[in-house]
Design a protein around this ligand. Structure first.
Ligand code: FES
Ligand code: FES
Length: 162
């Protein structure tokens, strides 16, 4: 089956069987390996990407249901040489230990910051709750999200937002 969808701003045609999880399509057909396979059951968040701006578990989404939808992965935010504000905040807070959960954490957090530029602590915690870090760096991850929110606000107030 051919499915047309937009991935990180570029239109793509993918040819996987319709019940193939989006995660497998991204990793095996499109070559985007940021999102990870953790549980395959919607319980860990390692596979989180954005679908039309909302964080989703890509391990649960059959690609056949995604015709015309917009997918954004961690590769669409920035690169190692030119990280996004949020990616830089994760680095600065040393939020990664093994790193396996981090792409999913970043994509979930970015969805919040795109919608709510000034989230309070309770909003950040509630939003991030669906994603687990087996290394236990949750406090650093929360600090990174707060740091990024502060940096984004000051970028906007200086009129230098991307
Ligand atoms: S791999 Fe998708 S939620 Fe765990
Ligand atoms: S840094 Fe290892 S699972 Fe989160």
């Amino acid at each position: 089956m051919t499915v047309r969808l937009t991935i990180n701003g570029a239109e793509r045609r993918v040819e996987s069987p319709p019940d193939t999880p989006l995660l497998y399509v991204l990793r095996d057909e499109v070559g985007l390996n940021g999102a990870k396979y953790g549980c395959g059951l919607g319980q860990c968040g390692a596979c989180t990407v954005q679908l039309d701006g909302r964080p989703v578990f890509s391990c649960l989404l059959p690609v056949g249901a995604l015709e015309g939808r917009q997918v954004r992965t961690v590769e669409g935010l920035g690169t190692a040489a030119s990280p996004s504000i949020l990616q830089r905040a994760f680095e600065e807070e040393q939020a990664a230990q093994c790193g396996y959960c981090i792409a999913g954490m970043i994509m979930r957090a970015q969805a919040l910051l795109d919608r709510v530029p000034d989230p309070d602590e309770a909003a950040i915690r509630a939003h991030m709750q669906a994603n687990l870090c087996r290394c236990g760096t949750h406090m650093r991850i929360l600090r990174a999200v707060r740091r990024a929110a502060t940096a984004m606000r000051s970028t906007v107030s200086r009129g230098t937002a991307p």
